[in-house]
Design a protein around this ligand. Sequence first.
Ligand code: AKG
Ligand code: FE2
Length: 306
Amino acid sequence: MAEIAARTEVGLDHIWKEIDDLGLQLYIEQLDRDGFTVIPPEIANPNGLAERVLEACLDIAVRRNGERPDLENGNSQNPDSPVGDSLKAILLEDPVFEEALMNPALLAVSTHLCGYDVMLSSMNSQMKGPSNTKFLVHTDTRLPSPLPPQSLQCKCISALTDFDRERGCTAFVPGSHKWNRNPEGNETIMGEGGSVKTVPAEGAAGSLVIFHGSTWHGAYNRVVPGLRASLHLLMMRSILRMTEDFYDRIPKDMLERNSARFAILTQQAIIPAYIDKADEHAKVMRALKYTDAFEKESGIALPVKR
Ligand SMILES: O=C(O)CCC(=O)C(=O)O
Ligand SMILES: [Fe+2]
């Protein structure tokens, strides 16, 4: 039964071709088995993307906080936070973030998990220094248990500096995405006093960590000097409410220099709540403009035209 349902899923042939072309088969297998995967820089870091993203993030930190983070020896400004310091809402600040969103490996794997109507919900950068505060194990799907088996959303974490356990990388409970529930009690605690066994998502700078919305995860404390830098993209199915608002906020020239898929990814084809029939009509027509352009560009019909 599941196989028949899967074959009728929109764009399935396209996505398998993308996965094959990019050499991602093994990583998709790991993702489906363990709930997470780490794609190496050879595939996930075209044209030194991560290095350029890191530079742009450091520049934003200077603009916003007046100080350039010291990756070698610095501390978080917020050392009690397990996530360190966040730079939020950065997509519009530098064209390199458009490239980070359009990274073919990121899109292929996000589409495998969430379908061709997947959208960018938020993009932020994190810089984390040494800390003792425990990062609690959680899922990113903000629903009470039981969680649905399909991924409602997925998180893509681009490692901008090396990721390993002592440098405070992301931690996963392999296979937990199949348990369809959130961790509870001491399942949320890693290490002493906890009952979950986590594994580190290790990889050189330029690697891309991607995980299913129901995968239990947290992060290890950094125990060596300096900062771990990462870029986090939350990708969500289009029926959900997005974290950041890109609707009608993407400049025309940005839409023009990118593909029709970029407009879908940046929420241009959503239909926000309407107040009357005329408003509904206007919003549907606006959405259709972007949906049609995408369908023409890709030959892929989006699942629902609302
Ligand atoms: O910082 C990390 O490695 C994980 C953070 C996290 O929980 C997330 O981005 O969903
Ligand atoms: Fe998370």
